[in-house]
Design a protein around this ligand. Structure first.
Ligand code: G3I
Length: 360
């Protein structure tokens, strides 16, 4: 049996957790993706970047990387008049040696703002603070970033505004035009990076996700109509495994809408929250993998999808253990590699969905 058929068979049979596949016998995911003109990779923390075994794994598997935290305002702009590029530069240096592209995350967000921000930012200076930060940071990395998450998570329908925008410090201090300002400033500072709007909760066929999709699409339409240089949509894809599989009609309509606007699409932060699944590891890994496969095989139907990144790559380092711990106290298993850096069923689900993707 061909290895791919064998993998499919095992995935269906739920036996993949036990499949021994030495790294030397596997084609790296980056090569599988490259054959489909796709980029594949992951978010990386500074701690992981210090580990030789993680570097080797990433060098082998990832053609695109993003810093989990080190390009955010809090890390890169620690004082009003000081920028610290140490950690982010280390990622770029590693990416250069491993011939991987780097996404920039992010230039404008309501979270992980520096401690000095609340006492310094006012309605009088917020626009200029944003402009200066983006000009400086995107300028520092000009020509070296594949794509920037210029604005992250600006939509939050639950805040009750008719335009669906989040009542973030940026909105409250600078007004809704802060989004236009962020993109136009980024375009000036780095004309080569693909300028991206990035958000979450866009995947499921629920009323809440549908409302968010509507608001995000309306935002993107407005930006394009005003000739604001937004070029890509980043879909975070923090999925939640459940016993009832997702339906994808709303998601497909949404991606069709983004494609009509001429936007490139990236899956930017893929992982699968397993809090609703039983503790048994083989069962959990199988259901998480099924979720990866279901999602990716749907997303990959869209030709504008160019890159797939998971949010982290080994289970022990997932943000989910801090933000959404399992009730039974066992650690979550949301990512393609386990703590021994061995590929899990989710890895093979990624590989298989990418191999099966229509040519682009
Ligand atoms: O920097 C401090 C460090 O000094 C301190 O010792 C340590 C003690 O806990 O905390 C460190 O800060 C933490 C930071 O991660 C770096 O590890 C923060 O407490 C913690 O809140 C922060 O969490 C990050 C989170 O964004 C912030 O909202 C997660 O690692 C990161 O995975 C997560 O990533 C976000 C994306 O940027 C946007 N989309 C959603 C995604 C998941 O929330």
């Amino acid at each position: 049996m061909h290895r791919r058929d064998f993998t499919t068979h095992l995935l269906r049979a739920g036996a993949l957790a036990a499949l021994p596949l030495p790294a030397a016998e596997r084609q790296p995911l980056r090569d599988v993706a490259n054959a489909r003109h796709l980029l594949a990779g992951a978010a990386v923390s500074y701690r992981e970047l210090q580990r030789e075994d993680c570097r080797a794994l990433l060098a082998r598997e990832a053609s695109i990387l993003v810093s989990e935290n080190d390009m955010k305002w809090q890390s890169i702009h620690p004082a009003p008049d000081r920028y610290d590029y140490t950690r982010a530069d280390a990622l770029l240096a590693f990416a250069k040696t491993s011939n991987a592209k780097v996404r920039g995350h992010n230039l404008c967000w309501h979270q992980q703002l520096p401690r000095w921000f609340p006492s310094t930012a006012t309605s009088g200076n917020a626009g200029e603070l944003l402009r200066a930060h983006i000009a400086e940071v995107a300028g520092h990395y000009a020509g070296r970033i594949h794509s920037w998450d210029v604005v992250n998570e600006a939509v939050f329908v639950e805040d009750g505004r008719s335009d669906g925008l989040r009542k973030s410090p940026w909105l409250e201090l600078a007004g809704p035009s802060y989004i236009d300002l962020a993109f136009t400033t980024a375009a000036k500072a780095d004309p080569q990076a693909i300028l991206t709007y990035n958000d979450y909760d866009l995947e499921q066929d629920t009323e809440a996700h549908e409302a968010k999709r509507r608001a995000v699409l309306a935002l993107l339409k407005g930006l394009r109509a005003r000739n604001v240089p937004v070029q890509a949509l980043g879909i975070q894809s923090h999925l939640v495994a459940s016993t009832s599989p997702y339906q994808w009609s709303g998601f497909h309509r949404f991606l069709d809408g983004a494609e009509k606007l001429g936007l490139t699409i990236f899956i930017t932060e893929l992982d699968v929250d397993d809090t609703a699944l039983p503790a048994d590891i083989a069962d959990r890994d199988r259901q998480v993998a099924a979720c990866y496969q279901d999602f990716l095989s749907n997303a990959l139907k869209h030709h504008n999808l160019q890159a797939i990144l998971t949010w982290g790559f080994t289970d022990p380092d997932t943000w989910l253990n801090h933000f959404h711990p399992r009730k039974d106290g066992t650690p979550q298993r949301p990512l393609p590699f386990d703590g021994q850096l061995q590929p899990k069923p989710a890895y093979f689900a990624m590989e298989q969905s990418i191999e099966a993707a229509p040519r682009r």
